[in-house]
Design a protein around this ligand. Structure first.
Ligand SMILES: Cc1cc2nc3c(=O)[nH]c(=O)nc-3n(C[C@H](O)[C@H](O)[C@H](O)COP(=O)(O)OP(=O)(O)OC[C@H]3O[C@@H](n4cnc5c(N)ncnc54)[C@H](O)[C@@H]3O)c2cc1C
Length: 433
């Protein structure tokens, strides 16, 4: 009997350490240096952040998403899920633990498809936490449907020349390099005619036109770049993987990225539930504390059940990835987790905000940011609708239609068959139809 819902005591000790460490040492960074986690460290921040990273390394929890050959622990997705749900409480925690998106996914594809030279130049500094990267795929006119992408890379002697526009390339302004998806052969299906390129951000022609911010951020001070690639020349060896492999590479990257977001979302939603319960036990109105009101009890019960369902599903999906070591084989459940993620976070954060009254809606509490994060999670890495289509298609693969007029479970038909099966024993008509 293989099912087990317990963490082994040795790893649980590490998780308990991580939980204390994130609450006491890392969450304060979110308050003194908000939204700075992807900005290369200046002297002041380095003095604080480097010792924290060293402590994580000493505990054996640095870059746990990677195998030992790449400087990680080779813990696999299940252990990463348990750790990530702790890190999800804090903006800075993934950076301090060396497992922040989008760098994790970018590191994963360079590890998988990169040449030894590409690994030395881009992967090692990423793993050391000394460099940030950006994934430049979405275009201003098309995101959910990559077959519509127009950015072109054309071979010119020993070089590729890239021209086009990319939108929402996160962290491009602080990244050292970009992974750019471009059409290299417009005459074949887009699934075979696009390639990936490693492009240093300071290459002439990489023009960041705007840094789009999310709601609440100041105009043009955000982290999601609109980039004009204007005759950007890169050498032939800037190609990542083979020509025409962009879709395969993108699937490798986005599979991991999506489930890692789900893991961290558990942490954020748990934080909202914790706050909801604390407030319910603290605030008194109309003759009793909020925890005694049935509406509020409903919020707590619904939130707990929703969170547990989601958490168990994400852990199960992580277990499947470890078992099959193949994101494609697990894509139905990765897509289903991606679909659930925004709703779970939205619903729990919204109820927690409601229970806090006016204070909950203010910028002195994190609920609005969580609700906004939920909206973002329904778009980034592909909109919910597209993932629902993936889930439905995969689910339908396990079914066949019927040839006849009536469904297989049509009761009159089944009753006739049942009667025929037991005809020898039936003295008279049975059943309720
Ligand atoms: C915070 C954030 C960070 C991001 N970071 C990056 C990044 O680093 N690199 C990068 O390349 N991209 C990034 N993106 C872009 C993201 O991948 C795209 O926004 C996403 O793929 C959707 O593309 P779109 O915005 O063009 O929406 P569209 O493709 O225009 O879709 C708009 C809406 O149409 C509906 N829709 C679309 N397709 C279908 C369908 N098949 N069936 C039914 N309805 C549909 C959905 O409601 C969808 O939300 C980021 C986005 C966000 C919000």
């Amino acid at each position: 009997m293989g099912w087990d819902f317990e963490t082994d005591p040795e790893y649980q000790e590490k998780l308990d350490w991580a939980d204390r460490f994130v609450r006491q040492e890392v969450e304060p960074l979110d308050l003194v240096w908000p939204h700075q986690q992807f900005v290369p460290l200046d002297d002041a921040r380095r003095k604080v952040v480097d010792p924290l990273k060293d402590e994580v390394r000493r505990q054996g929890l640095w870059a746990t998403h990677l195998g030992p050959e790449l400087g990680g622990q080779g813990y696999g997705q299940m252990k990463l899920a348990l750790l990530n749900e702790i890190l999800g409480r804090s903006q800075w925690a993934p950076v301090v633990f060396g497992c922040q998106a989008p760098d994790t996914g970018n590191a994963e594809i360079i590890a998988h498809y990169g040449t030894p030279e590409q690994k030395q130049r881009y992967l090692q500094p990423l793993l050391d936490g000394e460099m940030f990267s950006s994934y430049s795929m979405t275009e201003p006119h098309a995101g959910a449907d990559p077959t519509l992408f127009k950015t072109r890379a054309v071979k010119d002697g020993d070089e590729w020349v890239i021209n086009g526009w990319k939108f929402f390339s996160s962290n491009a302004k602080t990244a050292s390099f970009l992974i750019v998806m471009a059409v290299t052969n417009p005459d074949v299906s887009p699934y075979k005619g696009m390639s990936m390129f490693l492009v240093p951000t300071d290459t002439p022609g990489v023009n960041i036109e705007r840094n789009i911010g999310l709601a609440g951020e100041r105009l043009n001070e955000g982290f999601h770049a609109l980039i004009h690639y204007d005759d950007v020349r890169v050498p032939a060896d800037a190609l990542l993987g083979g020509e025409g492999q962009a879709f395969v590479i993108a699937q490798t990257r986005l599979g991991g990225g999506r489930i890692h977001h789900s893991m961290r979302t558990i942490g954020m939603a748990k934080k909202a539930l914790d706050m909801m319960c604390e407030r319910a036990l603290s605030r008194e109105t109309a003759g009793s504390i909020l925890a005694d009101k049935q509406f509020v009890q409903g919020y707590i019960a619904d939130s707990y059940a929703q969170l547990m369902q989601f958490r168990l599903f994400v852990l199960y999906t992580a277990w499947e990835i470890d078992k099959y070591n193949d994101y494609k084989r697990v894509r139905k459940d990765i897509a289903a987790a991606k679909v659930l993620m925004p709703t779970v976070l939205h619903d729990i954060a919204w109820r927690a905000m409601q229970v806090h009254g006016a204070l909950g809606t203010s910028n002195e509490m994190p609920f609005m940011s969580m609700v906004h994060a939920a909206a973002v999670l329904g778009i980034a890495d592909g909109p919910t609708e597209v993932h629902k289509v993936t889930v439905a298609r995969q689910v339908l693969r396990d079914y066949d239609g019927t040839d006849g007029m009536w469904p297989t479970e049509w009761i009159p038909g089944k009753l006739e068959a049942a009667k025929a099966k037991f005809a020898d024993y039936l003295e008279h008509e049975v059943g309720n139809l």
